[in-house]
Design a protein around this ligand. Sequence first.
Ligand code: VG1
Ligand code: CO
Length: 544
Amino acid sequence: MNVCTLSTHPFNDQKPGTSGLRKSVPVFQQPHYLENFIQSIFNSLQDYKGQTLVLGGDGRYYNREAIQIILKMAAANGFGRIKVGQHGILSTPATSVAIRKYQTFGGIILSASHNPAGPTEDFGVKYNIDNGGPAPEKVTEAIYAQSQAIDSYKILDASDVDVDNLGESKLGEMVVEVIDSVSDYAELMESLFDFDRIHQFLTSGHFGMCFDALHAVTGPYAHRIFEQLLGAPTGTVRNGTPLEDFGGGHPDPNLVYAHDLVKIVFGEQAPDFGAASDGDGDRNMILGRRFFVNPSDSLAVLAANAKLIPGYQGGLAGIARSMPTSQAADRVAAKLGIDCYETPTGWKFFGNLMDAGRVTLCGEESFGTGSNHIREKDGLWAVLFWLNILAVRQQSVEQIVRNHWQTYGRNYYSRHDYEAVNSSRADTLMENLHKIMPTLKGKSFGRYEVEYCDDFSYTDPIDGSVSQHQGIRIGFTDGSRIVFRLSGTGTHGATLRVYLESYEPDPAYQSLDPQVALKELIALADEVAHIHELTCMAEPTVIT
Ligand code: VG1
Ligand code: CO
C-alpha cells in the first residue's frame, strides 16, 4: 500500500461555523486546504482504525474531486470501510439515516447547503458523529484545534475509485462500498408515514402537488418517493436532476429564491400544495394554494397533528426549537402538557435532547424541521408529514393553518436578512447593542415595553455544556420579541439576521400581512440597532 505522508502548514480560517466548514470553491482548491481539514477531523477522533464512515454530498461543483481525495485519505489513515453514495450523492438526512442504520463511526457530508454552487461559488464539509447528527461544539472545537497545529497529512497514492456503480471495491486495505443514495432513506419514510393513504390521496384526481428540487440533491429522492412510490404524476417533481451549479440558482427554499415554484403556487391554475427543499435536502418550504406556511407555524402544526401520523401516534416526548424560532410551538407543547426546549441556532444542539429521549420534534425558523427518526433536519420528511396530515384531514393547507391560529393564536413572524454587510460594520452593530443592552429593561417604545434584553446563552441540560453569545434578544411585556444575530454560514462579509415576532390571539386580526402586523417592531429594531445606517442598506436583502 502506497501511503504518502505530505507535509503541510495550518490555514488560520478552518473554524467550522453553524453547520460545518464553508468556503468558496477556490479556497477549498488551494493545495492542501481540503486535505488539512479532513486530516484534522481524523486527528480529532479516537479509535477509528478499521471503522466505517458514510460519505456523500449534495452533488455541487467539486463534490466528485473531494470524494476521491477523502477516500484516499481515509484509506491511508486506516479506516476499514467507507459507504459512499452512488455518484457521490447523499442528502444530509440520508447520510444521517445511513450512519444510524449501519451503526457507523460517523460520516462526512460535502455541502454548503443553501449557498450557490459552481467554480467560484461555495463548497463545504460537515462531520457527523455516530448518532447521525452534526458534530457537537466540543468536537468542532477539537477539529479546529487540530487544524491549527497540523503539519502533515496522509493520503494513498492510488487511482480514482469508481463511485458510479453499486458494489464493493478495495482501496489499499479499505473497502469502498457504493450504496444506493435513496433506498435506505425511502424505506425509513415508509415506516413513518401512511404511504397507502397518501398514494390514494395523490392519485384521487382531487389533489395536485408540485415539488421543486431546485436542481439540488433532493431530485432523486423526490422522484423515487413522490412519483414512483406514491403515484404522483410524472412532472410533479421539477428541476429534479442535481446539477453541479444547481442550474445557477440559489437552493434556499424561501419565497425569494424559490421564485419559480412561488409563481406556480400563487398563479392561476395553482396546485393544492407546493414544496421545495434546499441544496442538501435538510430544509423545506411548505406552500398551500396561494398560501405560504411560515416555518415556525409549520413546526407547531406538525406537533399539533402528530397523532394522525403512524410514526408519531404514541405521542410526543417534547418539542425543541431554536431560540429565534417563533413561540408558536411552545403553545402546542403547553396544551399537550409536554416540555418545549429553546436551543441556539443550528441542528447540533438538538442531538443531546433527542438522544436522551426528551424531545421528538425539533424545528428552526429557517425552514428546518425534523424528528428523532434521525439526527438531522429533514426536508422531504416534513413534506411527507404535511401530505399525511392533508390526506387524513381532507382540508386545504390554508384551512389547517387558519384553524391552528384560531385555536392557539397567531405568532406573526418574519426574518429580515441583510446579506454581505461589511464585517466590521456588522460587528459594530452587535457591539453597540451589547452596550445598550443593560439600559433597555423597563423602557417603553410606543405600545411596547421591554421586559428583558440579553445575549442568549444556553446550558445543555444533558451534558451541561454552555454556549454563549447566541444572539441578542429584546423581549417585550406582551410576548413580542426582536432578536439580532450574525449568520454563521455565510462566506461573503457578514449577514445580519433580524427576527421579529408578535402574538395575536384574536381571530379577527389574524389575516394581516406579517410585514404590516410587525411594522412597529420593524421600526423599533432600526431605532435600537441603527440597522440602515450601519449596514448602508435601505432594505433587507431577503425577507421571509
Ligand atoms: C442558518 C440557519 C440555521 C441553520 C443553518 C444550517 O444558519 O439560520 O437555522 O441551522 O443555516 O442550515 P446561520 O448561522 O446562517 O443563521 V443548512 O440547511 O445550511 O445545514
Ligand atoms: Co441545508
